[in-house]
Ligand binder design. Sequence first.
Ligand code: OSB
Ligand code: MG
Length: 371
Amino acid sequence: MKIDALHMREVNMPLAHPFETSFGVTTTRRILLIEIEAAGISAWGECVAGEHPYFSDEMVDTAWHITETELAPRLLNADVEKGSDCPALFEQVRGHRMAKAAIENAVWDLDAQLQSVPLAKLLGGTRDIIPCGVSIGIQPTLVKQLEKVETEVSAGYQRIKLKCKPGWDEKVFEAVRARWPDILLSCDANSAYRLSDADRISTWDRFNLLMIEQPLWYDDFYFHAGLQKKLKTSICLDECIRNRRDAQAALELGSGRIINIKVGRVGGFTEAIAVHDVAQQHGVPVWCGGMLETGIGRAHNIALSSLPNFSLPGDVSASKRYWAEDIIEPEVTVSAKGEIVVPTASGRGFQVKRDRIDSITVRRHTCTPHH
Ligand code: OSB
Ligand code: MG
């Protein structure tokens, strides 16, 4: 495929509600979007790097720099046929997986459109509908936290995940379980605990959580194995799984029994599918994580979630939970049963609202091939 241009743009979008995790509060998202133009078609990718290097070592500005100076030139001066050609093209550049993923995913989107197949099918998806959960941020008060859970349980979401940190954990789980003894409930610590907390964490078995997500250091899966041995509750790995080798090593070590796959965190759809396959070979279920994406990243997450081993509800929820107005149409909606229908139209299956994107764009840059 001959790529005519790669357009980078940064959009700024205020979240409908601030989102607090153990590493900080987000009120407005700064998001790098990638648009690839080829054969008169326009394909999109979203970079999930955050405003600060707090979740991972990437952030919007490093992704912008690496995209402009390293990745876009490699893409534009190569002859890629499909998304899975991208990892080899970008191999010389170490790390920067979220920046790489945004481009690779746009190439998959392009390929799906050129072949007139749904992106989900191109990725190997088999599900027509996907089960959805929500990730609820840390709230200012316990009363507000319970109100949020009430809202999402009533909306039909199939799994509730509570963000937690030392000082905002047991009392919250206790209160939520007292009111909803039977819901599928999990927590996500985003690396806020240390080995000295292990005994206390092991008492959380009494809350019957589906999983405890990334309790220890963001770059560790060795010490997580020791913690998992002390728990009845499954550990779910997020931050520490960067690629299929990490997944294999972590599962061989017994570091967790569930993996959260974020396509940006592992560097693109090719690696995300590989992690999915490794987990499946180990009999370990996966689910699709979220990074407060716009509709473009969300559409890609829906397509990925249609793969067979995405058997647990993901953090893929409705557009309106995040944005007053999304940048795609139709917006992503979730049924009263907590399900999203996987689109059957060609490509990502959601139209991009270009006027809306233009109106929130704060910087742009176009890269073209050398002649
Ligand atoms: O750890 O899953 C996480 C958001 C930003 C950074 C990290 C995480 C999250 C979420 C939100 O949990 C998931 C969503 O997009 O709804
Ligand atoms: Mg997480």
